[in-house]
Design a protein around this ligand. Sequence first.
Ligand code: SAM
Length: 429
Amino acid sequence: MRVRNNFKICLESKEAKGRILQMSSRIVEKDKTRLFWNVQFIYELVLAKKELEAFAIKYEVDSNFRGIEILEIPSEKNFSNRTSYFEKINGLPTLYSKITKANITRSINQYLTHWFYPYKGKYHPQMIRALINIMKINPGEIILDPFIGSGTTALEAQLLGIGCIGVDISEVCFRVSKAKTETVKHTIEIEKEFEIILQKLRNIDENNNEKVIPQIQQLISDITNESVQNFFQVADLIAHSDKARRKKKNFLESFIKNSEKMLTSVKDYSRVIQENNLTLGEVNIHLGNAKNLQIESETIDGILCSPPYSIALNYVENDKHALEALGYNTTEIKEDFIGVKGSGNKKIDLYNRDLIQSYLEMDRVLKPGKYCSIVIGNARVNKEEVPTVETTINFFLDKGYTLEMNVDKIIFGLYNVMQKENILIFKKP
Ligand SMILES: C[S@@+](CC[C@H](N)C(=O)[O-])C[C@H]1O[C@@H](n2cnc3c(N)ncnc32)[C@H](O)[C@@H]1O
């Protein structure tokens, strides 16, 4: 009773009412430009600030680092459409806050088609969008990721209207990257083909994987549209991963579920494009070798990649089940993968040599005056640290590049072999 009375007195006092109003308007003011709630690491705050600076925005940060007041903004709409770390600008939701809502997974960064295939070692899409902004790459220009992996750079560039060339030595990565970025143009064909596939699989004995797996493969081979075929091939690769890693026995059920979920995400992507009037960037994914790029010299506007940490994470072993499903002999293909050949010191020597060869290629294809961003860490092999970050910095400095940014990013998960990565940005002279 007493508490109630006190509350009443509090509300009735004019002075108190004024104070409450003042407080709430301050909250609204502070809320006008807001970071995403999940921004929590120092490197993210650094990138958020660098993003503001790339757009020549004058700002002030409050003492708890979350409140950012925009003092002067040359082009509010442009920044609001491009930013990756801000959820609201001057009270209005940013484009990225709308895009990231289209997410059928529990992981906040696996929106749209990013979740296709459980690829180990993919980088954070939000960080990639920020790096593209910090490197000042614009719609119509072309970004290269010579180690495209699961296609994170390609999808983020595509969403910003920026062209992307992605290269990977692994056919699994080639197919997954294509499926993430190509299928949105084929929603209707995929839906129709799915109905046909379901019809044809109707009477099959679902407990007999020996029959189910080749039967699905045959149906996929019969599809004539290459993008549609690849969509179902990736659904099939995810089912192989479910079987090998998650011990899911019923392959047919996995394949159908994966196809359904993938289709939902592709439709979501299509809806996001329409609702936000997006013009997508053109994506070209190639199965190839970063040590020998089939790209003309000085034609690329920006490079963004995370080279293999194969001495820490073996990409061939990781995707063995999927590579074998595509008909590869994993012992033979190891020769072309950077970092998985040899053993002991020889392995590290080969890794360094291959890495340098890929850097020479990046330097060759990048236009002068443009940026190259590399996310890389030192791995520990036989308790010794391999100084890959230093090797990388020295290579680019020797070539006359300037080191524009070097930010630490702590790694969770690979703690035994890698404690942190460095996010590096170089500028070509
Ligand atoms: C760290 S992962 C890249 C992950 C990617 N950033 C993502 O978000 O999915 C490195 C990639 O390099 C690829 N790779 C290894 N050797 C290669 C080579 N010689 N040429 C091109 N790609 C290679 C591996 O297959 C792997 O996908």
